[in-house]
Design a binder for this molecule. Structure first.
Ligand SMILES: [Zn+2]
Length: 254
């Protein structure tokens, strides 16, 4: 689950876990713009870097593999049409979805892998819950969450991850510093496409189709029975008809 796309003002204990997961985040090979969320938490924004090419729209599609299932509808479409995407993996998803992982690895020319944590614990300090998820709580626990995710992804895919996206997309300020000190960029986003896979397909398609040049789009790979996944497919198809170029995330800023 990710909190991206959720309005900072909406962040609070009354939000459902589902709503929470639907938010989007994006940081990226891009210019980072810290957005201030409620309760002292940050929801970083990530956009693609680099000068725009006149007449060309360039976006990065990122899919979170939170603990959950495998939406083969999305993955198969991306593979069939040759659309690059970045998958933010959790250790929990890797354990639960061996067939899904095998599919992604069969198309690794298209799919890049980044780190969504070991247990999907929000990188937030204190004894609290964020959108129904128990926060990691301490800097040591946050580092373990990041390290565990990175190690499991390395074992499963051979990839040394460079970006970390926290569960819920919200961070304590000190957590961001600690994660960056570990050598990771913060995997924000600029367009939350599916709000935790909670939106109707047509709404998701419209949101994706409205992507602007440089957007980092966040959505979910974990809800194969919800209509939102079909909206991702429809939205990406529409962008491709516009001539949009899909890329992986840039390298984190040094
Ligand atoms: Zn997540």
């Amino acid at each position: 689950m990710c909190t991206r796309c959720i309005s900072p003002a909406a962040v609070g204990p009354t939000l459902s876990r589902r709503s929470f997961c639907q938010a989007t985040a994006v940081l990226g090979a891009l210019a980072t713009r810290p957005a201030v969320a409620a309760e002292g938490l940050l929801e970083p924004t990530l956009r693609l870097r680099g000068p725009a090419t006149p007449g060309t729209k360039r976006v990065a599609l990122t899919l979170d593999a939170c603990p959950g299932g495998f939406d083969r509808r999305i993955a198969s479409y991306l593979a069939d049409d040759g659309v690059p995407a970045t998958i933010f993996l959790t250790s929990a998803w890797i354990r639960r979805n061996p067939a899904g992982l095998a599919f992604l690895l069969d198309h690794r020319d298209l799919f890049a892998f980044e780190n969504h944590g070991g247990r999907h614990l929000p990188p937030v300090l204190g004894d609290r819950s964020i959108y129904g998820l128990r926060a990691a709580g301490t800097l040591d626990a946050i580092r373990r969450e990041v390290e565990t995710g990175a190690a499991d992804i390395r074992r499963a895919t051979g990839t040394q991850t460079r970006w970390y996206r926290g569960a819920t997309g919200l961070y304590s300020p000190a957590a961001i510093k600690a994660i960056e000190a570990m050598g990771f960029g913060i995997g924000g986003y600029s367009l939350n496409a599916d709000m935790g896979a909670s939106l109707p397909a047509a709404t998701v398609a419209s949101r994706v189709e409205a992507a602007r040049d440089g957007d980092v789009i966040v959505c979910h790979l974990t809800q194969p029975k919800r209509p939102s996944g079909l909206g991702i497919v429809a939205g990406v198809k529409a962008l491709r008809l516009q001539g949009t170029v899909f890329t992986h995330l840039d390298a984190p800023a040094a």
